[in-house]
Design a binder for this molecule. Structure first.
Ligand SMILES: *Cc1c(COP(=O)(O)O)cnc(C)c1O
Length: 417
């Protein structure tokens, strides 16, 4: 394999035209779409239209005339197509952190009624911290114990006592991908409910919530859905649970008739009861442009084709690291079936500085502290090219061979790493 082979793979790639849907800086190799997705070309124009026309000219009328009020459901329906949910089952609202609170609270209410003897919520110690912080606070309020496992193999032994199993489908550090269908089936067989966090899987791997018979799911708008910084998140509830409880953040947008302005809360039918306050119109409009870039892939083989390309990209990356960078360890699963859309590496020392040296060369990945510290490279098959992987590894080899990363300027950490 040489650089020309990578260029040839791009020339033969049926998904290659989709890169044109994005406005990417000329010289950058962007391998951080799992942290902040790239800017779709359509977004700036659409946001300008929402601001100048719908807001500027339409003013308050636009809640009706531009259908602002149904944006959470309309964009939710588009996301449903990406995560194997039905129409009318997904809403866009709030942040992932808040949505974790809402769905976990509902799951605990159901468990308290159906199996009150179950007193634990199970998750992984390596889960994204905000999920664990929210879960631990909720468990404390409701009298549950949050039990964290160090390996997925420890989950099974806990399921007979578990009220809710809360997992992130693709681990943010390693890219480990759970088998959602089999884990959910096992949890159900043993009487536990499931909450799935799709932050690193929605738009990156084919998700089939209905096929897996999952219970609750939430996920992020600004990662693989390309919704932009601070984009609102999404939330799905299985139709079999959705009308059983109203969630605790029972604001007026989740009311059956918000403009009755009645003092008593009456939850809306279906997933709309998971809305709380006024929808973030500008943010959801930007998110819609991001989701449309993924739906555009439907004409090119859809998520299955994206998945195959993503695996080919991370496999190429792993092969090149294996042959050219003996000082690095691959922290992501090498088994395709267990690897999300990223490759994580570790090395003896200087992970943060190495990532900074790469950024100076135009290769944008990121660093995640922990043990070990991780150099993380996300691939987004909508716009990542094979040649980008080749060049990124070439830059990493240069950073190491020239000891570039030892330069002092790479050792100062910013507020966001
Ligand atoms: C990115 C991410 C979040 C982010 O939550 P916010 O509320 O948007 O800050 C939460 N959970 C997981 C698993 C994530 O990957």
């Amino acid at each position: 394999m040489n650089r020309d082979d990578a260029v040839a793979l791009d020339q033969a790639d049926p998904l290659a035209p989709l890169r044109n849907l994005f406005d990417l800086p000329e010289k950058t190799i962007y391998l951080d779409g799992n942290s902040l997705g790239a800017l779709p070309r359509a977004t700036a124009g659409r946001v300008a239209e929402v601001v100048t026309q719908e807001w500027g000219q339409g003013l308050i009328e636009s809640w009706n005339t531009a259908s602002w009020i149904t944006l959470p459901q309309r964009v939710g329906d588009k996301i449903a197509r990406i995560i194997g949910a039905g129409q009318g089952e997904v809403v866009v609202a709030d942040s992932t952190s808040l949505n974790v609170y809402k769905v976990l609270a509902s799951a605990l209410s159901i468990a308290a009624e159906d199996s009150p003897e179950r007193r634990i919520v199970v998750s992984e110690r390596s889960n994204f911290p905000t999920d664990l912080y929210i879960a631990s606070s909720l468990c404390r309020d409701r009298g549950y114990e949050l039990v964290l496992v160090d390996s997925p193999s420890e989950i099974e032994g806990l399921l007979d006592r578990t009220a809710v199993l809360m997992l992130t489908e693709v681990n943010y550090r390693t890219g480990y991908l759970h088998d959602m269908a089999s884990v959910t089936a096992l949890a159900h067989e043993r009487g536990a409910l499931t909450v799935w966090d799709l932050c690193h899987s929605a738009g990156a791997v084919p998700v089939d919530l209905r096929g897996a018979d999952a219970d609750f799911a939430i996920g992020c708008g600004y990662k693989f859905l390309n919704g932009g910084p601070g984009s609102p998140a999404f939330l799905w509830v299985s139709p079999r649970h959705v009308d059983r409880f109203s969630q605790p953040l029972s604001g007026w947008m989740g009311h059956a008739a918000p403009f009755e302005m009645s003092p008593g809360y009456r939850p809306a039918e279906g997933v709309s009861r998971y809305l709380s306050g006024t929808p973030a119109v500008i943010g959801i409009s930007a998110l819609e442009c991001g989701v449309d870039t993924l739906l555009a892939a439907e004409a090119h083989g859809g998520l299955q084709a994206l998945r195959e390309k993503s695996l080919a990209l991370t496999r190429l990356f792993a092969d090149l690291v294996g042959s050219r960078l003996p000082g690095f360890t691959i922290e992501s699963p090498l088994d395709d079936a267990r690897r999300g859309s990223q490759l994580s590496l570790s090395t003896g020392e200087g992970a943060y500085a190495i990532v900074q040296a790469l950024i100076e060369r135009g290769v944008v990945g990121d660093f995640r502290a922990g043990s070990p510290d991780i150099l993380r490279f996300g691939v987004t098959p909508l716009y990542t090219r094979y040649v980008d992987i080749w060049d990124a590894v070439d830059h990493l080899v240069a950073v190491m061979d020239n000891d570039e990363w030892r330069a002092e300027r790479f050792w100062t950490r910013g507020a966001v790493t």
